[in-house]
Write a protein that binds this ligand. Structure first.
Ligand SMILES: [Zn+2]
Length: 386
């Protein structure tokens, strides 16, 4: 998220690194709320991350016993920053770190991403007129009323709303990886809008745009792991609502179709326009596919297998790292460096969600299926309240 003057800050860098490293933190809106006081004041640099971590360490003595959930959240944030610093200082990650640190929130940056997206689609057989891209303070009316931060205007919209055709980007949408991924997504609308401006984008089209941007473009540009992390962060574990759910459902439908047709038929359908995309949807995405194609295992795991109900509070997440059958609440509190009362609250949450069972006297853990989910990396925390 951009500060008022448009400069990137340490939080932007943390977010961007998470696209490379992954993160256990779901619903990043809440992470941002927690991080903003600390991280917005520091620059978009490794030094900025280090200063954020030091600031955090002075707020909360991170190695001592913690007595509140807030303390646990700060501890987890401190860990996220430490991981980002570790990533940035690892010479094996040099290329990725260079990509991130050379990023600027500028028109030039948008143009660069636009070029590489266009080149990607050309390599898939899609040739089209280049859109103009506009960096704006606010989206043009009537698109300024919703929560969107980017919009694509086609020839039909141009006439209807008297807005010049092209892709409009607000400042706060220009962050590393996200801006690049979003331009690839918007280009799918742009191409379809050139062929069929009279038809509106459907929900399926949103799924197609997301699928192609994430598992086509980002995967080719940054690697499969980054495409997986970006899908998890921006769609599957971000502040969710019906709108994002629809995008994800439509991406799943697209995935099913692609397991049957391969990517090339999908690109061909995009190139022919919206009515052809609809035929594609009805011919492939809706039909039940009996055998999942082996070639597309990675997107399938993210879109079909990621268990979205495995999101708990920061406290329960931290406690979950220490529960084992036979362990006492006292031992868990000691291992987790937290008060016994706090450990009890965390255990109670895990128990109410069926992740642990305690003995009748509540003092000893009897059964802890949560440990498998932690080990498999399927557990996430968020900073929910109440
Ligand atoms: Zn879209």
């Amino acid at each position: 998220m951009r500060s008022a003057d448009g400069d990137l800050n340490a939080y932007d860098l943390l977010q961007a690194v998470q696209n490379f490293t992954g993160t256990s933190c779901a619903r990043r809106v809440q992470l941002e709320r927690l991080a903003s006081d600390t991280m917005y004041q520091f620059p978009f640099s490794i030094d900025g991350l280090e200063r954020s971590r030091n600031q955090l360490a002075s707020l909360e003595r991170l190695d001592e016993e913690v007595h509140t959930s807030d303390g646990i959240e700060l501890r987890l944030l401190g860990r996220e920053i430490a991981r980002a610093i570790e990533f940035a200082n690892n010479p094996d990650n040099f290329d990725g770190v260079q990509i991130l640190l050379s990023f600027e929130a500028s028109q030039t940056q948008l143009e660069l991403h636009l070029e590489s997206s266009i080149e990607f689609f050309r390599s898939k057989g899609l040739d089209f007129e280049r859109p103009e891209i506009f960096l704006v303070e606010e989206l043009p009316a009537p698109f300024d009323r919703g929560s969107a931060s980017v919009v694509t205007i086609d020839a039909e919209d141009e006439q209807r709303f008297e807005i010049k055709a092209g892709i409009y980007f607000t400042r706060h949408a220009i962050t590393p990886i996200f801006a690049d991924y979003t331009i690839a997504h918007e280009l799918v609308h742009w191409v379809l809008g050139l062929r069929t401006p009279s038809l509106m984008a459907t929900q399926f089209e949103e799924g197609v745009a997301d699928f192609v941007a994430l598992f086509g473009y980002v995967s080719e540009q940054y690697g499969e792991l980054v495409s997986r992390n970006t899908a998890l962060i921006h769609r599957l574990t971000s502040a969710s609502g019906l709108v994002w759910e629809n995008y994800v459902d439509a991406s799943r439908a697209t995935y099913l179709a692609v397991t049957r047709t391969g990517f090339s038929d999908l690109y061909a359908a995009i190139g022919r326009g919206r009515e052809f995309l609809d035929v594609y949807r009805r011919s492939y995405a809706r039909s039940v596919i009996a055998t999942a194609a082996q070639a597309f295992v990675a997107p399938g795991q993210v879109l079909l297998d990621f268990p979205r109900n495995r999101v708990v509070s920061a406290l329960a997440f931290e406690v979950a790292n220490y529960v084992r059958p036979g362990r006492t609440v006292f031992e868990i509190a000691e291992l987790g460096r937290m008060s016994r009362e706090l450990a009890e609250v965390g255990i109670a949450e895990l128990e109410s969600a069926g992740y642990v069972t305690t003995r009748r006297d509540k003092i000893v853990i009897e059964y802890a299926p949560v440990t498998t989910y932690i080990e498999d990396g399927e557990f996430r925390y968020d900073f929910r309240r109440g």
